[in-house]
Design a protein around this ligand. Structure first.
Ligand SMILES: C[S@@+](CC[C@H](N)C(=O)[O-])C[C@H]1O[C@@H](n2cnc3c(N)ncnc32)[C@H](O)[C@@H]1O
Length: 253
């Protein structure tokens, strides 16, 4: 497998794609800050409430791409939970694409003007510094500015290479938050089913599984997870993308 191209870019900070020999897309690292399929502020507050009695909570973000999703979550946890946010750090972020993790570990991130806008709104642009040694990258006529993630943010994430299929066979997710967002579709239905089974079997009533909008529309993730017995939670003004073990009667509807 090889990265063949950086394709056209809309408002995603990262959009590497991999193709098979027939030209089909077999993986895509599309991501950006503040991805709009989740209300990040409400999600951070939700986590604060749900785990208010826990001393420490592990969040695993599988399929993290360049880290935009986890950085967005960290910024929202800090801004909305204050001191309480600390118990969620470090977040364990992983991806099976080695080039993404290599880039994330080197603290490099390409920021689009919309990413920068979001970071400024959140008073979080100070966590980044523009890397003036590298020229902006133009992809499909749009400029991406190379940045370095500063220690204050970087130290709150632990990046590693992992395939969720293998990890879900061996790791236990009791009392943990498992994010695998917008990556299910790049796995065969058989594998999606296995991931859902493994997540369910390795969960307890305090586990939370979070998927993304494209998983909901383009993969069988929601069906398989619910088929095993996970319930959807709806956050106001948000699509039903958070699933939890049915033993908990919590509902936000
Ligand atoms: C479209 S990106 C989404 C990134 C981010 N989670 C988001 O929602 O913006 C999907 C990511 O999932 C990763 N991925 C797909 N299948 C995976 C698997 N089985 N294990 C780990 N990562 C996987 C891909 O390499 C890619 O970086």
């Amino acid at each position: 497998m090889k990265v063949l191209s950086k394709s056209s870019v809309s408002f995603s900070s990262m959009r590497y794609r991999k193709f098979d020999r027939a030209g089909n897309v077999i993986n895509c690292n599309y991501t950006n800050f503040n991805r709009a399929d989740i209300d990040w502020k409400k999600f951070a507050e939700f986590l604060g409430n749900r785990y208010k009695d826990a001393q420490r909570v592990q969040i695993h973000s599988f399929g993290c791409s360049d880290g935009s999703d986890v950085y967005t979550l960290i910024i929202n946890l800090i801004n909305n939970l204050g001191e309480q946010a600390k118990k969620f750090f470090p977040i364990f972020a992983s991806d099976f694409a080695p080039e993404m993790i290599e880039m994330a570990k080197s603290r490099k991130i390409l920021l689009h003007s919309r990413d920068i806008e979001f970071l400024k709104e959140q008073s979080a642009y100070g966590f980044f510094e523009e890397d003036k040694t590298e020229a902006p990258q133009i992809m499909s006529g749009i400029e991406f500015y190379p940045h370095k993630v500063k220690e204050g943010l970087f130290s709150k994430v632990n990046f590693s290479i992992k395939d969720i299929i293998k990890s879900s066979r061996i790791e236990n997710f009791s009392n943990k938050v498992v994010m695998f967002r917008n990556g299910w579709t790049f796995n065969s239905l058989k594998k999606q089913n296995e991931i859902a089974n493994n997540l369910y079997t390795k969960s307890n009533d305090k586990t939370l599984v979070v998927i993304g909008q494209s998983d909901l529309f383009k993969s069988a993730a929601s069906d398989y997870l619910q088929g095993r017995g996970l319930n959807q939670i709806f956050l106001p003004a948000q699509r039903p993308i958070i699933l939890q073990n049915p033993l908990v009667s919590l509902t936000l509807r």
